[in-house]
Design a protein around this ligand. Structure first.
Ligand SMILES: NC(=O)C1=CN([C@@H]2O[C@H](COP(=O)(O)OP(=O)(O)OC[C@H]3O[C@@H](n4cnc5c(N)ncnc54)[C@H](OP(=O)(O)O)[C@@H]3O)[C@@H](O)[C@H]2O)C=CC1
Ligand SMILES: N[C@@H](CC=O)C(=O)O
Ligand code: NA
Length: 371
């Protein structure tokens, strides 16, 4: 009979997604520990936000993390201290990055090289420079090397199976010709509520605040409104089909940040001034209505021509993109195998629980791969 095994989990980031992930981790750990044939024990050994951390030098599992983290006076370890701590753990370790931090993302290859696996919804590592992308996948095991495993399903389309589907299309020899759709839960929510196909709709600036309150936006909503969040997702998808996209700013990206607000020093200042620009957004809406259309924020990757673009487009009200609801994403893969009827994935593209599902799903994949 196989021996029970223990896997150590370290988590950076306990915000909207992080908290939901920790609750799903608790559910998964309970289920795995009760497996009658080969129980697996998941031990949470490190948890941090940007200011506080919880861990024990003897790798004892953390419990009651929510109340303990609040009252903790321990500072987070630096990334190199964290690597040192995790490498010495008495078993395999998975690091879960639930931040949107660039420095954390830049450190993945250091962890991977030393056998620590990574799962994350953070887009920054996979959509930064092409060199960083190469470093990460060279450092990772992922079938060929000796390092840890890396999975990032929730970096595109939150928990929707976008990355796993695209990888399977490519690995089974299909030819992907075009990927297009709505890739941002925030942008989807904003335009679906600001200009519903049924008419009416709220003020743009008020919808931005609601999207933030619902946990759809990036920590700073300007990262959604400047188009960069969608550009990052398309960079990831384009690289997965083999295009060497240098960065998310190396192709046309339309920003919805008014010129006058580009110099705002904080997200709060930006949000407080945004209502002054509602008229500009209303004009976009009225112009589209004159043509019987609605405006939506979309993106596409044209594979044979190596072209990626992100921005506003007008759609007939009967178009599937116009008819999306809430924070839904819709992603269409046009491939040789699927012909004229693309493979379509649709559903919530933002929100704590659905994003955490993709992260927990990735953790399950790593657990299956770790011997
Ligand atoms: N929200 C969503 O719907 C989706 C989010 N994502 C991605 O998930 C990630 C998390 O998003 P979300 O939970 O919404 O963001 P939040 O802002 O709610 O949470 C971020 C967390 O990360 C912590 N953090 C930030 N920097 C560091 C650091 N250097 N070291 C340790 N902790 C740090 C923050 O700590 P503190 O509280 O101290 O600032 C906070 O706990 C992002 O990469 C986002 O792009 C992906 C798909 C959908
Ligand atoms: N801010 C992002 C979160 C998910 O990636 C979005 O709105 O889609
Ligand atoms: Na996904």
């Amino acid at each position: 009979m196989p021996l029970p095994r223990q896997i150590f989990i370290a988590v950076i980031g306990a915000g909207g997604v992080g908290k939901c992930f920790l609750s799903q981790l608790h559910h998964l750990a309970t289920k795995l520990s009760q497996s009658p044939s080969a129980p697996t024990y998941l031990s949470l050994i490190y948890l941090s936000t940007s200011k506080k951390a919880l861990y024990h030098s003897d790798y004892k599992s953390l419990s009651n993390w929510e109340s303990e983290l609040q009252s903790s006076s321990t500072s987070p370890l630096s990334l190199s201290q964290l690597a040192e701590y995790l490498i010495k753990a008495p078993g395999k370790v998975v690091l879960v990055d639930n931040t949107s931090n660039q420095e954390v993302a830049d450190s993945y290859s250091q962890f991977l090289k030393q056998g620590v696996s990574i799962v994350t919804p953070n887009k920054k590592a996979f959509s930064g420079s092409y060199g960083l992308w190469q470093d990460i996948f060279q450092a990772a095991s992922n079938g060929t090397g000796t390092g840890g495993w890396v999975f990032h399903e929730s970096s595109v389309g939150a928990g929707l199976p976008v990355i796993s589907t695209l990888k399977e299309l490519v690995e089974t020899g299909d030819e992907v010709q075009k990927i297009e759709g709505v890739f941002s839960g925030t942008m989807s929510f904003l335009f679906n509520s600001f200009q519903p196909t049924s008419g009416g709709g709220g003020k743009f600036s008020a919808e931005v605040k609601t999207a933030k309150d619902k946990g759809f936006t990036e920590p700073d909503p300007r990262d959604d409104l400047n188009g960069l969040d969608v550009a990052r997702k398309l960079t990831i998808l384009a690289r997965l089909v083999g295009l060497k996209v240098e960065s998310p700013t190396s192709f046309p990206v339309q920003s919805l940040i008014p010129k006058e607000l580009e110099s705002c020093s904080s997200g709060d200042e930006f949000l407080s001034k945004l209502p002054e620009f509602d008229d500009q957004m209303d004009k976009l809406k009225t112009d589209a209505e004159k043509e019987g259309k609605v405006v939506r924020f979309v993106g596409s990757v044209d594979v044979p021509n190596g072209e990626v673009k992100v921005g506003l487009e007008k759609f007939d009200k009967s178009h599937p993109i116009a008819a999306l609801k809430g924070s839904d994403n819709i992603i269409a893969f046009y491939t040789k195998r699927y012909g004229d009827n693309p493979l379509i994935i649709q559903g919530a593209g933002a929100g704590g629980d659905v994003t955490a599902m993709g992260v927990t799903g990735d953790l399950i994949k790593v657990l299956r791969l770790l011997q």
